[in-house]
Design a protein around this ligand. Sequence first.
Ligand code: SF4
Length: 214
Amino acid sequence: MEYFFCDTHKKLPETYDYLDRIKVRLGIKIHYLSDKRGFEHWLAIHDGLLPSPQMRWCTVKMKIKPLEDFVGDDEAISYIGIRADENREGYISTKPNIKPVFPLKERGLVKADIIRLLEESGIGLPDYYRWRSRSGCFFCFFQRKYEWVMLAQEHPDLFQKAVEYESNHADGRTYTWTDGESLLQLLARKDEIIAQHKKLMAKEKNLVITFNLN
Ligand code: SF4
């Protein structure tokens, strides 16, 4: 069994700390796989076009390719940690020698099960879980608006870097990480976004209580 982490070098510091915790707790080695050219190189190749759900060049260039290079032509089973309650496919190999297996999905394990397993194993949750629901690059376009607001609070330097990626085009073109507004516009609506988030959390809590009582 070999463990790997596809490192875009743009993850949150909490993610790297968490990997260190996992290595110590399990006594394992983790291969850090990355594309040596890095995000800035690929951003320039794409003429400043930021990656998005429709154009996920970041995943292809900085995660899938390094993994496929690492495996080469060896026969491999790739265990993928997607849960049964997640509505996504994850990495589906285009190489016949890499067989994807979804152990958590196959066993019907949902979020509460994974949290319990992590707590019971002594590993616990990553620190970013206080304010963000998934790992990923600090600028990941999949994050919620509330998480952008929290990024500005927890890591102002990284938020500023994400702002620069949006606006750093000599000819004035602008791409944004979130639909319909720039990060600075989003941050200006901070209070509204936090209030909406609190309302949503309260609603979800009520749903759980209602569900449990039934
Ligand atoms: S975490 Fe988000 S931004 Fe980073 S490679 Fe994956 S999809 Fe792209």
